[in-house]
Unconditional design. Structure first.
Length: 138
């Protein structure tokens, strides 16, 4: 049976590092689902984790270790790989926030949904999912 594919947005990486539920969902599904994140979204997650984690009393060493462990199950997609679909991705997300184009591009490139909590993506027609209305990854 072919593995399912799923692009994760920065906010999902953040939730996986700072919380438990998302991390467990990914751990439980990683033998059946291939998870991907655009390099720009990984960088965004790192930026926000540097602000959010200390406010929760989590040291940089701890959150970076958690992120590194998570990235064993998530494949990083380099910006250069997304360039062929950049224009199409920007066209889909332009009404909301064009800066979100890398996740949309990854979704288009891989022909799979985006797991996100960012409402900007829900107008991009990429088969988005969130934690309230999620695609069964079992």
């Amino acid at each position: 049976m072919p593995r399912r594919r799923l692009v994760v947005d920065a906010n999902i990486l953040i939730r996986a590092v700072l919380g438990r539920r998302v991390r467990l969902l990914i751990a439980d599904a990683c033998d059946r689902v291939s998870f991907y994140v655009a390099e720009a979204n990984y960088d965004e997650a790192t930026h926000y984790l540097a602000e959010l984690a200390p406010a929760r009393g989590i040291s940089e060493v701890v959150w970076r270790d958690a992120l590194d462990t998570l990235m064993v199950a998530v494949q990083l997609i380099g910006q250069e790989t997304l360039l062929p679909v950049e224009i199409a991705a920007k066209a889909r997300i332009a009404r909301r926030d064009e800066r979100d184009w890398p996740a949309v591009a990854a979704s288009l490139l891989l022909d799979c949904p985006i797991w996100t909590e960012d409402r900007d993506f829900f107008s991009a027609r990429c088969g988005n999912m969130d934690n309230r209305n999620h695609i069964d990854i079992s």
